[in-house]
Write a protein that binds this ligand. Structure first.
Ligand code: 5AD
Length: 347
């Protein structure tokens, strides 16, 4: 216990650990170590962000996907999905509503949909930035060529989310079919960075076959790559995927990893994710108390949110009205935090 706590102190000072040290920490995780970590990680977040929580409005633009990831509910091979693609008009309507509710970042996320033309998405980004000059646009539409990423960037996209999913190649290959490549995923992240995006990566916690060694590799990669954002959430099985019978990732491990990520980089934009809020009723608040500083409420129309089912029991929190945001505001107030109306760029 003493050694593990000393490692947390060391992480707080130097921001890095070796693989052996990460493994030691992960192997010795327990309740009292976690509480020790959270008191430090929470203070680290507060030293940069005070009691502010940034909100990002998530707009799920398409659930068509050409990929067949074994974990994901909207995989190509799932015939049970009602596929949809939002029109430009529908996307802009979400933004208008979101802007009125105080959102200053819109996250356009979708499957890798060959029917959604890159030029059309670039055009939509351009219009959003024209209509709302003081918002940030984040894209999360998977792997694209560097040229396409550049086109999006020139259209005004500020940020891009692309989780690496797992850094250990053999593990990556156990979560994805052969048509997908670990190298390409990492190359995309390098391309995004070189184009000047604020880049978010991340991984699922407790995905099938994940070991502490996998997690140590993920943390080492994040240390090296130094992204501006990291999205992590528990793996949650979806009943129409090959991983339907696999156990979900745990709340405790997810919170622990949020805590160490916060200590690695106090300025990191770190969301308490929807998946975290799905496995635990107070997941969002617990995430904030472990060091997260971002939440991503859903601005998608109801039919879209219901059909954008990456995992079972995903919550529809009905963000189309001001009451829903009031509820979030109250939940945060109970733990001493407040929503900050701001683009919330990486500092
Ligand atoms: N459980 C939790 N997270 C999932 N994702 C996809 N499927 C699942 C699942 N079953 C995550 C992936 C992806 C992000 C958009 O959602 O990490 O990058």
């Amino acid at each position: 216990m003493k050694v593990a706590k000393a490692l947390i102190d060391q992480l707080e000072t130097t921001k890095v650990l070796t693989k052996e040290e990460w493994l030691y920490l992960l192997d010795h995780r327990n309740e009292s170590l976690s509480q020790y970590l959270f008191s430090h990680s929470r203070a680290a977040a507060q030293s940069v962000f005070g009691n502010d929580v940034y909100i990002r409005g998530l707009i799920e633009i398409s659930n068509f996907c050409k990929n067949n990831c074994y974990y994901c509910g909207i995989r190509r091979g799932n015939p049970g999905v009602n596929r949809y693609r939002l029109s430009q008009r529908e996307i802009l309507q979400c933004c208008l509503r979101g802007y009125d509710l105080g959102f200053r970042t819109f996250v356009l996320q979708g499957g890798e949909d060959p029917g959604f033309r890159d030029e059309d998405l670039a055009n939509t980004v351009r219009i959003i930035k024209e209509w709302f000059p003081n918002v940030a646009v984040t894209l999360s539409v998977g792997e694209k060529s560097r040229d396409v990423y550049q086109m999006f960037r020139e259209a005004g996209a500020d940020r891009y989310l692309l989780r690496h999913e797992t850094y250990l190649r053999s593990h990556y290959e156990s979560l994805h079919p052969n048509s997908m490549s670990w190298e390409r995923r990492i190359q995309c992240l390098e391309d995004l960075k070189s184009l000047g995006y604020q880049v978010g990566t991340g991984f699922m916690v407790g995905s099938p076959h994940q070991t502490n060694e996998c997690l140590a590799e993920d943390l080492l990669f994040i240390q090296r790559f130094s992204p501006q954002m990291v999205g992590i959430g528990p793996f949650i099985p979806h009943h129409q995927t090959p991983f339907a019978k696999e156990p979900a990732g745990t709340l405790d491990l997810t919170l622990f990893l949020l805590g160490v990520l916060r200590l690695m980089n106090p300025r990191l934009l770190l969301p308490a994710t929807t998946a975290l809020n799905t496995i635990a009723p107070q997941g969002r608040q617990m995430g904030i108390l472990a060091g997260a500083n971002v939440i991503m409420p859903n601005l998608s129309p109801e039919f879209a949110c219901k059909n954008y089912e990456l995992y079972d029991h995903k919550k529809y929190s009905g963000m189309e009205n001001a009451e829903a945001i009031e509820k979030i505001r109250n939940d945060l107030a109970k733990i001493g935090y407040e929503i900050k109306i701001s683009k919330g760029d990486f500092k």
